[in-house]
Write a protein that binds this ligand. Structure first.
Ligand SMILES: Cc1ncc(COP(=O)(O)O)c(C=O)c1O
Length: 471
């Protein structure tokens, strides 16, 4: 579109946007990724409070005191959940990635001052979320990958063997997104403490579930500030806090660590800045909605949802065990997990898509084979029985895993050295059936291709693909 000369009517605009919206993933309990939805009542409360705080700018909490009051309330709730000690503090951020990036920045800057480390490294389990690699790339921190065992948990002895004087940060997940397992946090934290370095726990996905699973009697492995040596922890409100997208929290054990996360600049001719997060002007709408949702649900509500999601997970895991050819990659500590099949797992994903489910096909990396990822939320927890019936039908007679065609593999090997001159990425996408920014319903060919490609080629293909989506 071009900007209209004469503005359109409200009705025209709302209808056009509703049409766009009709193509999106619905929150109807048929998605096993992306959606963290606790129902229409909370959605309505979110909408109302999000709208009410749309115009509040978190850039300057002295001008908008509500920004400070709301952030302090949200962070206080988080501090209690993760057993943060006296003196701990936090920041509301825009999401898990931002919380992680700020934890890495804090570690880099704090350790530069404390120990004079100028070539910082972080010890990062193979299963840690990609946003740590992004943080490393943005912030000039080297990643040292820590191996994981057959349960996909980081191996502390490997971390120990890779520890050196340039390490500023050790990372563990609680749990990892792909497999839903919690790393051995006490062992990793003890190693960090022994070497006088920092330890971040990525509880982006677990921070708002694990405390409630513990409340309802689950034996949750230690993962929070009760573990000495854990210095920071990220926990997303926009996942299992059931807030709308755009809010997470980064908790720091001590104020001096949060000071190293802040950024101030008085070296220009305009207003001096001090930013707790990466953005300057920022909306606090999602944060306000998050406070509304958590106040409405209360501990009782979160506990009930946690129990419901855990029970649905157990039902699903038990069913998978009985379906020939399917296999769980690891017994999860929470309500998310990875499942694979003897037959072609991407064909299985296509069959489920054709039956109206959204699942997340995931490529082989390191120890982890190609698989389908499942995130259980209160929405899909209510549909588990229907899903199991479809899963059973779709898993029957799967063909063996298929290799991508040889000419496509040849093209991929060229991509490893950069896009070949004259490559028509639009035509490449069209040849894969990707049109108008949409994957075809049957996407197995594309997934097999990405699965067969080495990670650096996958990354190049993904950049080409997304480049085709946007004007
Ligand atoms: C364990 C973990 N860490 C970090 C992230 C990144 O969070 P976001 O997508 O909110 O940036 C995710 C997202 O799924 C996650 O599961």
């Amino acid at each position: 579109m071009t900007l209209p000369e004469q503005g359109l009517s409200r009705d025209e605009i709302v209808a056009a946007l509703a049409d766009h919206r009709s193509r999106d993933l619905p929150s109807d309990g048929r998605a096993f990724a992306f959606v963290y939805d606790a129902g229409e009542e909370l959605r309505a409360l979110s909408r109302e409070t999000f709208g009410a705080f749309m115009g509040v700018n978190g850039l300057d909490p002295t001008v908008y005191p509500s920004a400070r009051l709301i952030e302090n309330q949200v962070v206080s709730a988080c501090l209690e959940l993760v057993q943060a000690p006296e003196g701990a503090c936090g920041t509301a951020t825009a999401g898990g990635t931002e919380s992680v990036m700020l934890a890495v920045k804090s570690a880099r800057d704090f350790m530069r001052r404390a120990k004079g480390i100028t070539k910082p490294k972080m010890l990062l389990p193979e299963t840690a979320h990609a946003c740590f690699h992004k943080a490393a790339a943005y912030l000039g921190v080297e990643v040292v990958v820590v191996d994981v065992d057959e349960t996909f948990r980081a191996i502390p002895a490997d971390a120990r063997a890779k520890m050196d004087d340039d390490v500023v940060l050790v990372v563990g997940s609680a749990p990892s997104y792909a497999h839903g397992v919690i790393d051995p946090i006490p062992e990793l934290a003890a190693l960090a403490q022994e070497h006088g370095v920092l330890m971040h726990v990525d509880a982006c996905v677990g921070g708002w579930v694990l405390p409630f699973l513990r409340d309802v009697g689950l034996d949750v492995p230690p993962f929070d500030f009760a573990v000495e040596g854990v210095t920071s922890l990220s926990m997303d409100l926009h996942k299992y806090g059931f807030a709308p997208k755009g809010v997470s929290a980064l908790i720091q054990r001590r104020r001096e660590l949060r000071d190293a996360q802040y950024y101030a600049c008085a070296r220009w001719s305009g207003y001096s800045i001090v930013n707790s997060t990466t953005l300057g002007s920022k909306s606090i709408a999602a944060m306000a909605a998050s406070l509304a949702v958590m106040s409405h649900l209360g501990k009782v509500g979160y506990r009930a949802n946690a129990k419901r999601m855990w029970d649905a997970t157990q039902t699903l895991l038990a069913a998978i065990e009985t379906i020939p050819g399917l296999r769980l990659l690891a017994k999860p500590d929470m309500n998310l997990f990875a499942m694979t099949s003897e037959g072609d797992v991407f064909e299985l994903a296509d069959r489920l898509t054709e039956r109206g489910w959204l699942v997340q096909p995931t490529y082989a990396f390191g120890r982890s084979p190609a698989h389908i990822h499942f995130t259980i939320d209160p929405g899909n927890a209510g549909r588990v029985d229907a899903f199991i019936a479809d899963l059973r039908a779709c898993a029957a007679d799967l063909p063996p895993p298929a290799a991508p065609p040889a000419q496509v593999l040849a093209l991929l090997s060229q991509l490893g050295d950069g896009a070949p001159a004259g490559l028509d990425s639009g035509a490449l996408m069209a040849s894969l059936g990707i049109t108008n920014g949409q994957l075809p319903t049957r996407a197995a060919t594309i997934h097999r291709l990405l699965d067969a490609a080495p990670p650096e080629v996958r990354e190049k293909l993904l950049i080409l693909f997304v480049g085709e989506l946007f004007s």
